[in-house]
Design a protein around this ligand. Structure first.
Ligand code: G3I
Length: 303
């Protein structure tokens, strides 16, 4: 196959990208989007600051634009994200009462999932809940500090009740190197969830890599998570300077793990990236394919 999406589909996988609603009207952007990608993650439009800017007032307009584009072009959606300490409105981060916060969190999950029911392949139910560094513990956040360790489990149970068809993922960065304490912390959580029957279907490894690309243990990490009985997905891939080697290695690692079901890059052209000046994506500012594109396509078995 000659596109990323079609080549990935040949092995039952998907190839996706982050999309900004405000760029859908740009024809260079949407032409590449609809030619190459068969999964879409809204870059910001499903985050709490956009979807519930004040308590009980929901705004799904920007995300609806993306979901309707996806529906019209045969693309599936990853929902990103329901519970995250960042891009969280001040009215949530200032809640100090556990009963109030629990009901606010569960209402947010339920209302957002209900709105998009039937249109989302997988949700990042909880994003980036683990701390960087050597602790292997949850990071400080209003959810952690007010609700305690159980907030992640509660979010997943609420999500399953809201929509029993969507896959439920835990998503984080810097969990790609197997021996890192953060990786081990997330792994232990997923193992515990599977052992106790807490609903979880997938782990998203964001994969924001430096110029060297994935760590040597990346494939081991993917297969170790998969062996717990979850799908694994590369959810926000970008690589400083985007060498063909680094992209090829990343895509090959996923292709080597049966339960690595898809790869999403975090933007289309370098100029769309949050990593200003790092040129970390598969298309240059003019929308031309870079060497990393060819390396990725060939690693998917296409060409
Ligand atoms: O929409 C406002 C606009 O109205 C305002 O004029 C402008 C001025 O700064 O800001 C705009 O909002 C920005 C938003 O992107 C939309 O462009 C925010 O400032 C900016 O902080 C926000 O950055 C996003 C970032 O998440 C926020 O944490 C990036 O686009 C987005 O790529 C990035 O994505 C995250 C994933 O969700 C989670 N993993 C890490 C990844 C990279 O940080």
């Amino acid at each position: 196959s000659s596109t990323l999406g079609a080549a990935a589909a040949d092995s039952g996988r998907y190839f996706g990208t982050a999309v900004a609603a405000g760029k859908l009207g740009n024809s260079t952007y949407s032409t590449i989007l609809d030619r190459e990608f068969n999964m879409i993650t809204p870059e910001n439009e499903m985050k709490w600051d956009t979807t519930e800017p004040s308590r009980g007032n929901f705004n799904f307009g920007p995300a609806d634009q993306i979901v309707s584009h996806a529906g019209a072009h045969g693309q599936r959606m990853r929902g990103h994200t329901l519970v995250w300490h960042s891009q969280l409105p001040g009215w949530v981060s200032s809640i100090g009462d556990a009963g109030t916060l629990r009901s606010v969190m569960n209402n947010h999950i339920t209302t957002e999932m209900n709105h998009f029911k039937g249109r989302i392949y997988a949700w990042d139910v909880v994003n980036e809940a683990f701390a960087d560094g050597g602790s292997g513990q949850h990071r400080s956040s209003v959810f952690q500090n007010v609700l305690g360790n159980g907030f992640i489990e509660e979010a997943f149970r609420t999500a399953r009740s809201a929509d029993s068809s969507a896959k439920l993922c835990y998503n984080d960065y810097n969990i790609e190197n197997w021996t890192d304490a953060k990786t081990q912390g997330v792994y232990n959580m997923v193992r515990d969830f599977k052992a106790r029957g807490v609903p979880i279907d997938c782990v998203g490894l964001q994969s924001h890599f430096g110029s060297g690309g994935p760590p040597a243990s990346f494939q081991t990490t993917l297969s170790n998570f998969a062996a717990l009985g979850v799908d694994v997905q590369i959810t926000e891939l970008d690589i400083a300077q985007a060498s063909a080697t680094a992209y090829g290695n990343t895509v090959r690692a996923c292709m080597s793990v049966a339960r690595c079901t898809g790869i999403t890059v975090w933007g289309i052209r370098d100029s769309d990236s949050w990593r200003t000046g790092e040129n970390p994506l598969l298309f240059d500012n003019n929308g031309n394919k870079k060497p990393a594109y060819d390396a990725s396509l060939s690693a998917l078995g296409g060409g």
